[in-house]
Design a protein around this ligand. Structure first.
Ligand code: IPE
Ligand code: IPE
Ligand code: MG
Length: 242
C-alpha cells in the first residue's frame, strides 16, 4: 500500500456533532480536540511524515464572538497541555497562517511550540491557524512584489517555485491527500495552491467521530487512486519492439 507522505485534514462538523446530541457547540469543539489527539497518534503509527490540520480559518473570525473565544481558548489549552507530550513523541510542530495580528499570548505559544520541537523528526504536525489560502497567496505576492520593486528579482524570473517558497508552507511538500469530514464537499480556502494535484476524500462523519479505522480506510482508498498529474500512465502505452 502506498502511504501518502503528506495528509491534510479539514476537521469539520464539530458544531453539528454537538447539535445532534443537544450539546453546546463548545462540547463539539472539545470532542474535536480529542479526535485531533487520536489522529496525530494514528498518523505517527501509520508512518505518515506530514500531517496538516485546518484548525481555524481566516474566515472563522466572522463567527459569534463567544465561539471565536472558545476556539482560541481551546488552541491555547491544546498547546499548553499537549506540547510536552508531542515533543516526547518526536513530533515537530509548524504553524501556517497569518500570525502578526494574533494576540501576543497566542503568538507566544505558537512560537514556543515551533522552537521547542524544531529538532524532532518523527512526524511533522502542521497546524493551520488563522489560515486562508487566499490570504496566504496575498502575503506571498506582497513579498515577491517587494523583491521586484527592490530589484532583487525580475518579473520574468518568477516561477511556480518562487511562489511556493514565498508561501507559509515553504519547505513543506504538497499534500498528497486532503480529507474533509462532515459531508461538505469544498476546500473552504484550504491550501488552494498546494492542493493542485492532491487526492480528495470527503467523509460523511463529523470530525469528533473520525476514528483511527476511518483514517486507515482513507489511506486504503488513497492507495488505489491513480494519480496522473496531467500525464499518462505508462502501462496504457503498448510497447513496440520495432
Ligand atoms: C469545525 O467544526 C471546526 C472549525 C471550523 C473551527 P465547525 O464548527 O465548522 O462545525 P459545523 O461545520 O458547524 O458542524
Ligand atoms: C473549514 O470549515 C475551516 C476549518 C475546519 C477550520 P468551516 O466550517 O469554516 O467551512 P465552511 O464555512 O463550511 O465552508
Ligand atoms: Mg464547519
Amino acid at each position: 500500500m502506498t502511504t501518502p507522505a503528506h495528509v491534510a485534514i479539514i476537521m469539520d462538523g464539530n458544531g453539528r456533532w454537538a447539535k445532534a446530541r443537544g450539546l453546546p457547540r463548545l462540547a463539539g469543539h472539545r470532542a474535536g480536540v480529542e479526535a485531533l489527539r487520536q489522529s496525530v497518534k494514528t498518523a505517527s503509527k501509520l508512518g505518515i511524515a506530514w500531517l496538516t490540520v485546518y484548525a481555524f480559518s481566516s474566515e472563522n473570525w466572522s463567527r459569534p464572538q463567544s465561539e471565536v473565544s472558545d476556539l482560541l481558548g481551546l488552541l491555547k489549552l491544546f498547546i499548553r497541555r499537549d506540547l510536552a507530550e508531542l515533543h516526547r513523541s518526536g513530533v515537530r510542530v509548524r504553524v501556517i497562517g497569518e500570525r502578526e495580528d494574533l494576540q501576543p499570548d497566542i503568538r507566544g505559544l505558537l512560537d514556543e511550540a515551533e522552537s521547542l520541537t524544531v529538532g524532532n523528526r518523527a512526524l511533522n504536525l502542521v497546524i493551520a491557524f488563522n489560515y486562508g489560502g487566499r490570504d496566504e497567496i496575498v502575503r506571498a505576492m506582497r513579498k515577491i512584489g517587494a523583491d521586484v520593486e527592490a530589484g532583487r528579482i525580475a518579473p520574468a524570473s518568477i516561477t511556480p517555485e518562487t511562489i511556493s517558497d514565498a508561501l507559509d508552507t515553504s519547505g513543506i511538500p504538497d499534500p498528497d491527500l486532503v480529507i474533509r469530514t462532515s459531508g461538505e464537499m469544498r476546500l473552504s480556502n484550504f491550501l488552494l495552491w498546494q492542493a493542485a494535484y492532491s487526492e480528495l476524500i470527503f467523509l460523511p462523519c463529523f470530525w469528533p467521530d473520525f476514528t483511527p479505522e476511518q483514517f486507515e480506510d482513507a489511506l486504503r482508498q488513497f492507495s488505489v487512486r491513480e494519480r496522473r498529474f496531467g500525464g499518462r500512465i505508462e502501462r496504457d502505452v503498448v510497447s513496440s519492439s520495432a
